[in-house]
Design a protein around this ligand. Sequence first.
Ligand code: AMP
Ligand code: GLY
Length: 448
Amino acid sequence: MSLPVMPTRILIVGGGGREHALAWKLAHEPGVNRVVVAPGSDGIATEPRVSVVPEADPFDAQGLVEIARGHSVELAVVGPEAALAAGVADALNRAGVPTFGPSRKAARIESSKAFCHEIALAAGVPMARGSAFTDLEPARRFAAQLADRGGGIVIKADGLAAGKGVFVCDDLSSAEDALRALLAPGSSEGVVIEERLFGREASLIVLADGHAALALPAARDHKRLADGDIGPNTGGMGAYSPVPDLADEVVEEIVGSIHLPALAELARRGSPFRGALYAGLMLTQDGPVLLEFNARFGDPETQVILPRLAGAIGPLLLASARGQLASAAVALGLSGRTATLPTTRSAAVGIVLASAGYPEGSRAGDGIDGLAEAADTPALLFHAGTQRDESGGFRTRGGRVLTVVGEGPDLAAARALAERAADAISFQGLQRRHDIAADVPQPVGIGR
Ligand code: AMP
Ligand code: GLY
């Protein structure tokens, strides 16, 4: 059996912390000559063998096809959900560029929460009880029924909302406020209302080629803005991997009961999913339950997952894009249809530094101090919302600004390093959490 092909020239679409981590990882893999990131960022451009195309529009499919052709790339990887929902992967594939990232149709598993519920129901995937609504009165009645059962209520805007369109409500009156805001005429496509689940969350991302799946190590995101899981939901304020309360055997079971049935259902409907299928899970007392599927790598999960991988990911992304993941996995000695990718025995902790005003609004243009000091530590710095200024330093560009990642033999050591490097960095209005990986459920069990 021949070994999977290594891509030598790769296009990454996007320009955030996740794309920086992907570019960093791929540019260090054997055989890779050039990674082009469109649009990328000034921070991403500092990586060796990486170039950026700042004028690129990540939603302009034709423009991206031209960039891919101009650089003769052998693989494209699409980072952001909005680019997938805009059909960027469809256009690149049509132009003959093998693309890791689902078609617009398959990406609806993320871009429509109602569609996600429909697929989960058809595939028998365990999910919170929920229903989709476009009108206020029936939505209110369903919320009242859930409130009568004594649990909390979760209201979700149906379209893409970068993790910010979800309202976890303790009582009916706050649920009604959220419904009125989201179902005001013209303000949203509709809502999904779910029963509130309790437990710890975990993100389990698989590489998928339409049918087969290979699991990346699990990670845990911290979605709320402030320490102690309070404040508004954000895109994610920090993450760690491994997840000690998610054993490898359980990971295999989850891929079998959640990812593979959903992949089969999408394929049955004529829209096979080729890309990163990300299950946001609640680990409830009754077992893992799906909160949402995302059609892409997580941010900031990717920043803590990729540094832990023991081998190259480029050949697996290319094999997924070509629908040949199962044979690639066998050739690499990874067994079965739901194998987990081998990791180093290390742990990684990532702390997000966000700009003033995030997530409601965000401020740009604040000078960033301490990057050189942070870079002097062994921590990794992934840029998200930064830009160079006239003096050669970096300023904030809004939103999430940086992810600082510490690696170590266990989560405590990784956390100490991430904290030290994050403490070195400052800018006006910096927002960050100080409790990422501070409260890990069990004594740290280390990877595989
Ligand atoms: P989602 O975008 O659907 O993953 O929701 C964002 C966040 O809202 C999740 O990471 C959870 O913290 C929370 N959430 C979503 N759905 C539920 C639910 N049914 N029960 C409790 N929390 C939820
Ligand atoms: N960190 C959550 C996400 O990428 O959706």
